[in-house]
Design a binder for this molecule. Structure first.
Ligand code: FES
Length: 286
C-alpha cells in the first residue's frame, strides 16, 4: 500500500525528486530519510528505537561538545530566512540564543536542531526576567498546567517536575527548554517560525492558549504547541505498546493527540548539551 503523501511547503533536508503542481510530495519515510541522512554522523537514528539511540549516544566526545551537543539544523530553503541560517550543524550555545532573543519583541528565540540524530527545537524564554510578575501579554515565561490523555483522563500537573526530585534534571534553568520535535499526530517535524502565520508570529499570550504566536507549528496538518506551557501527559511506544508518562509542552490546537516531550539538558561552558535521561519518551514514532 502506498504511504500517505504530505504536501511540504518547507521542510528540513534535501528534497528534490517528486513534484506535483509545484508542491513537493514525499511520504513519511522519505521525509525522515531526507531530513537527516546528509549530516555526517547524524544518521536516521529516529528509526533505530531506544536501543540504537542509546548506543549512538555513547559515541565519542569531541572538543566542540561531541555527541551530547545540540546542533543547529537549518531546514532546506531557510538558509536566508532563519536567523541561524549560517550555523547549520554548529553546536548551539546559550549566548547565541540570548543575542537573538534581544532582537525579538517578546524576548524569545527558537531554532531547529538535531541531537544524536533526533530532531529537536530549542526555545529561549526570558523566564527569569518575567516570572516575578503576573503573566501578561508579550511578557513570556514558563508556566505549568494540567495534562489530559486522549480520553480526557487527568494525567498530572506540569509543576511536578519541579516538586519531585526524581525529575531534577528537568527543572527549568538557563531560560530554555529543549523539545523532542516529532509531531505526535503523524510524526512530521514541527518548526519554529519557519512559516509565517498567526501561530508563528512573535507574540505571546499567557495560559497556554491557542491564541498568540511563538507556537511550534507542524506544517503537515497544522498542529500547534506552546513551548512555554509545561504539562505532564501520556503517550505510547508504537513498537511495543508501552504507555509512558512524560513532561512536555502543551498541544494548543490541531489533530495531534498530545504535546511533545522535553529533553533535559545542561549548559557546559556555553554549549548546550542534552542528557539521555528519558529515552523512552522519544519512542512514540518508532
Ligand atoms: S503530522 Fe499531522 S499535524 Fe503534525
Amino acid at each position: 500500500m502506498m504511504g500517505r503523501k504530505f504536501k511540504l511547503r518547507q521542510a528540513p533536508g534535501e528534497v528534490n525528486e517528486v513534484t506535483a503542481g509545484g508542491a513537493r510530495l514525499i511520504d513519511r519515510r522519505d521525509f525522515i530519510r531526507h531530513s537527516f541522512n546528509s549530516a555526517a554522523g547524524v544518521i536516521a537514528a529516529a528509526s533505530l528505537g531506544s536501543i540504537g539511540f542509546a548506543a549512538l549516544l555513547m559515541g565519542v566526545a569531541e572538543s566542540d561538545g561531541g555527541d551530547s551537543a545540540v546542533r543547529f539544523w537549518v531546514p532546506s530553503g531557510a538558509e536566508d530566512t532563519a536567523w541561524y541560517g549560517n550555523l547549520h550543524l554548529e553546536p548551539m550555545t546559550k549566548s547565541v540564543f540570548e543575542a537573538e532573543a534581544a532582537t525579538s519583541s517578546t524576548g524569545m528565540a527558537g531554532a531547529a536542531g538535531v541531537w544524536s540524530g533526533l530532531p529537536v527545537t530549542v526555545v529561549y524564554v526570558p523566564h527569569e526576567e518575567n516570572a516575578g510578575s503576573a503573566p501578561v501579554e508579550n511578557k513570556p515565561r514558563f508556566q505549568y498546567g494540567d495534562g489530559y490523555d486522549v480520553s480526557g483522563a487527568y494525567i498530572g500537573y506540569g509543576g511536578e517536575m519541579e516538586e519531585d526530585s526524581t525529575y531534577a534534571d528537568l527543572a527549568i534553568h538557563n531560560n530554555m527548554v529543549i523539545i523532542f520535535s516529532r509531531c505526535p499526530h503523524l510524526c512530521c517535524i514541527p518548526g519554529w517560525q519557519l512559516v509565517p502565520n498567526d501561530f508563528t508570529a512573535d507574540t505571546w499570550f499567557p495560559g497556554g492558549t491557542d491564541s498568540g504566536g511563538n507556537k511550534l507549528f507542524c506544517i503537515c496538518h497544522s498542529s500547534r504547541y506552546d513551548p512555554t506551557m509545561i504539562e505532564k501527559n501520556q503517550n505510547r511506544n508504537r513498537t511495543n505498546g508501552t504507555m509512558f508518562d512524560y513532561f512536555g509542552v502543551k498541544l494548543t490546537g490541531g489533530p495531534a493527540p498530545v504535546g511533545m516531550p522535553l529533553i533535559p539538558f545542561e549548559v557546559n561552558g556555553d554549549i548546550i548539551e542534552a542528557l539521555p535521561t528519558y529515552l523512552d519518551w522519544y519512542t512514540f514514532c518508532d
